[in-house]
Write a protein that binds this ligand. Structure first.
Ligand code: HPA
Length: 283
């Protein structure tokens, strides 16, 4: 590839943000479709549009505004990516995952990553939450992995182990917080697809058969890069629709996904705040 190396671009973006931030963030948070409001609860916020950050791609999807918000959540310094870019917008997976590397370089040791997802598990209902136990990265298995490219040892290892990528202790805490908040919450496997088309009925049957509980168009590439950067990861999805291969009138739309995500956002926010508080107490 021509132009500056990925490591160089990450350094440039990190330096440009560092001079504008008050505190070193210890937790990074990525907010998916319709899940932005927690960023409004950040105290002493510094909000920087992606357009002002070197090498950041700008989202084109309604519901993903696209700014970097740093500040305090329950006294804990956090950095939030409000809006993300997706592979289906035409960006490379390196562009999609670039902000995760910047979060790590700014100091965030933990990544909380949220998304909207379609429910596949028959016990899941619209509006439920899912804590990710693992993922199946279908584009990755077919050759679309964000780590494809020149080896840059400064960024991480060439051959990355992804066993137990979703931190067990954080999963237990998230499920516990969900129960305390009386939320309908599950732990399951997230199947990542490229999108932007939703799944056919046959694909839904296939995804169930391979052990997926929910399906979405994001998350897996970012989690791979977070693990490449040796971050602890917590993945949370809002089940915005349930795929029922046998049902007649179950059309999925982006508007429907956004509207359910917005309705379930307060519960998700409660879990994120609880986790951030506990991480802050751990020091
Ligand atoms: N499929 C893929 N991605 C999604 C879905 C879905 O049903 N719902 C929300 N994101």
């Amino acid at each position: 590839m021509n132009g500056p190396s990925l490591a160089y671009r990450v350094r440039e973006a990190t330096s440009s943000l560092r001079v504008r931030l008050g505190a070193v963030p210890s937790v990074g948070i990525i907010l998916g479709s319709g899940l932005g409001p927690i960023a409004d609860e950040v105290e002493d916020p510094v909000a920087i549009p992606y357009t002002e950050i070197p090498h950041f791609a700008v989202s084109t999807v309604p519901g993903h505004s696209g700014d970097f918000v740093a500040g305090l959540l329950d006294e804990v310094p956090v950095a939030i990516l409000r809006g993300r870019v997706h592979y289906y917008e035409g960006y490379s997976l390196q562009q999609v995952t670039f902000p995760v590397r910047v979060l790590r370089r700014l100091g965030a040791a933990t990544l909380i990553i949220t998304s909207a997802a379609g429910g596949l598990n028959e016990a899941y209902r619209t509006g439920d939450l899912m804590v990710l136990r693992d993922h199946i990265n279908l584009p990755g298995l077919a050759g679309l992995n964000p780590l494809v490219g020149p080896d840059e040892p400064e960024l991480g290892v060439r051959f990355l182990d992804l066993t137990d990528s979703y931190d067990a202790a954080l999963r237990v805490r998230a499920l516990g917080l969900g129960a305390e908040l009386s939320l309908s919450i599950h732990e399951g496997v997230y199947a990542a697809v490229a999108g932007p088309s939703f799944e056919t009925r046959a694909e839904v049957r296939y995804l169930r058969a391979i052990g997926a509980d929910a399906v979405g168009m994001s998350t897996a590439p970012e989690v791979i890069v977070a693990r490449h950067e040796r971050m602890r990861v917590l993945g949370l999805s809002v089940i915005t629709n349930v795929a029922e291969p046998g049902a007649a009138d179950d059309e999925v739309s982006h508007e429907g996904v956004l509207s359910v995500a917005e309705q379930s956002e307060p519960g998700l926010r409660g879990i994120i705040r609880g986790i951030v508080r506990e991480l802050g107490a751990e020091g």
